[in-house]
Write a new protein. Structure first.
Length: 215
């Protein structure tokens, strides 16, 4: 199907796109000319991972509104970047949906299909104070907010070896006319990274993106 949703996000100067996959992988393969480094990466991918790779790169190209696409490569930590571009990018997949975001700010995105089993893994990523901030009447939704926010913050940091409970912290989510907002801190290194977080409900999916802010 066509691009499910496309947004311009003025607060973070970002472009956000969401695609719901109903096409075969050949649909995307036939619309992308790959760079040699990308061809080498694709050779290692099979089935679902291959579909996710092609869909995310295609959505990124559609968002750019450019005739000729740039190479989407990975750094030594596995974080994707656009060669020769000042824009930061992030990608996420869940079920048949792919979400892609691009911004001049360091940014991360996560999309997840809501599932009740998230309650079982909550102790792995929530501090005690964060757990106390979860409303009992909508526990599953807010657990996805926190999980998605920390996934997005992890992608902003981009260097792996992050303890979600110890190094990533979030303030309670507050609803506004745009969705739910929070602020987070990545405290893995000597200089903490401050983040703004935005969470949204899309049918049975939760979309969360975070970006670096300077305080």
């Amino acid at each position: 199907m066509p691009l499910l949703d496309a947004y311009q996000l003025p607060d973070v100067h970002a472009l956000l796109g969401i695609w719901e996959v109903s096409e075969p992988v050949s649909f995307f393969e036939n619309r992308l000319i790959l760079f040699p480094e990308e061809e080498q990466e694709v050779k290692t991918l099979k089935d679902r991972k291959r579909m996710e790779w092609f869909c995310s790169r295609y959505v990124l190209h559609v968002l750019s509104d450019r005739h000729v696409r740039g190479a989407c490569l990975k750094d030594k930590y596995g974080k994707p970047y656009l060669e020769g571009s000042d824009y930061h990018i992030s990608m996420s997949h869940s079920g048949e949906r792919t979400a892609v975001i691009a911004s001049p700010h360091r940014i991360g995105i996560d999309i997840q299909h809501k599932v009740d089993k998230i309650t079982r893994i909550a102790p792995r990523f929530l501090s005690e104070s964060e757990r106390n901030d979860i409303p009992a009447d909508d526990e599953v939704t807010f657990l996805h907010f926190y999980w998605g926010a920390k996934e997005a913050m992890y992608k902003i940091y981009g260097k792996k070896e992050v303890d979600f409970k110890k190094h990533l912290s979030l303030q309670p989510f507050i609803k506004d006319d745009q969705g739910w907002r929070s602020k987070g801190i990545i405290s893995k290194d000597e200089n903490p990274i401050h983040c703004q977080v935005s969470a949204h409900l899309l049918d049975d999916f939760v979309l969360v993106y975070a970006w670096e802010v300077f305080e």
